[in-house]
Design a binder for this molecule. Structure first.
Ligand code: ATP
Ligand code: MG
Length: 289
């Protein structure tokens, strides 16, 4: 299994009057491709701070986050013709493959910035490109997040004036997929998360569990490298939490998605490949299930 993300001695300190709060202290961990990592710990232990730093929403006081990107990574969300054009431009698709309409599209990159790139690395089977998040400018970080990361939050954060389908279509438009292709892709992901009836409903017409499914479809539809979930079942009852856990595992299997889940919810524990126990800004134990 290849490493996708590595954090190196992350520390986050917030000033508080004459004092400081150490939200994270020397946190070093790795996340592998296709793994569900669950981060558990008491309130205030730094879980969200860690997730936000891994997700490029926040920056550490010191320490680094590295992403080991497949050198060439093609969003599965791209329509096949557009994908073929990129492959041809990169010299990765031969004439024969093109003629046969090869379906074995290798994962390829569509990242445009270079400043965060340190070097090429060989991890696992494919060459990887190392991106150091601390080296990215604010604009580059936004691009990175837009193309590579998906987020799911406790309160769903759907746009209330858009239907479920339109909520998903909107993020696809942000990564350059629009019109019919976006509609087809949005519907596919909504079906994948089990929402067939409510595609044209507004968030207020959906239950909490259904809204969270839409949020998961929205985050996954652009095929991010990593899905970050902060208390995804925080608003749901026990049975709905288990349904969401089962859904995440099925998405991992079907799409090969990699996920980091921050949660208080003991129900979710059994759905992880690895549990990282956190307290006072530090890793205190790792359990591999
Ligand atoms: N913007 C901020 N300014 C000052 N202190 C902060 C800030 N954000 C977080 N903290 C502090 O950092 C510590 C870790 O917070 P964090 O939100 O990461 O905890 P958590 O484990 O996610 O908690 P919860 O389970 O309640 O969501 C807490 O003591 C919190 O008060
Ligand atoms: Mg939190």
């Amino acid at each position: 299994m290849s490493i996708l993300v590595e954090t190196w001695q992350l520390t986050k300190i917030y000033p508080l009057g004459h004092n400081v709060i150490t939200a994270l202290e020397d946190v070093s961990l790795t996340i592998n491709d296709g793994e569900i990592v669950i981060i558990m710990g008491p309130s205030g232990s730094g879980k969200s701070t860690l997730l936000n730093i891994i997700g490029g929403i926040d920056r550490p006081t010191s320490g680094t986050v590295y992403y080991y990107l497949p050198k060439l990574y093609l969003s599965r969300a791209l329509p096949p013709l557009q994908a073929q054009l990129i492959l041809k431009k990169e010299g990765l698709m031969t004439f024969e493959e093109e003629r046969e309409g090869s379906s074995s599209v290798p994962p390829i990159l569509w990242m445009t910035h270079d400043r965060g790139t340190l070097e090429f690395s060989h991890l696992g089977d494919s060459p990887r490109k190392i991106v150091n998040l601390s080296k990215l400018s604010q604009r580059e970080m936004l691009e990175f997040r837009k193309h590579y990361l998906g987020y799911v939050f406790q309160f769903y954060s759907l746009i209330p004036t858009l239907t479920a389908r339109e909520n998903v279509e909107l993020v696809l438009e942000l990564v350059g997929i629009s019109g019919k292709a976006a509609r087809v892709q949005a519907e596919r992901y909504l079906r994948l998360v089990g929402l067939t009836e409510g595609m044209n409903h507004y968030p207020s017409q959906l239950s909490g569990g259904e809204q969270q499914r839409v949020a998961i479809a929205r985050a996954l539809a652009k095929n991010p490298l990593l899905l970050l979930l902060d208390e995804p079942t925080g608003q749901l009852d026990e049975s709905k939490s288990i349904e969401i856990g089962e859904l995440l595992v099925s998405l991992k299997k079907r799409l090969g998605a990699t996920m980091v889940i921050v949660t208080h919810d003991p129900q979710l524990k059994e759905f992880g490949d690895r549990i990282i126990h956190f307290d006072s800004g530090k890793i205190i134990e790792q359990e591999i299930l």
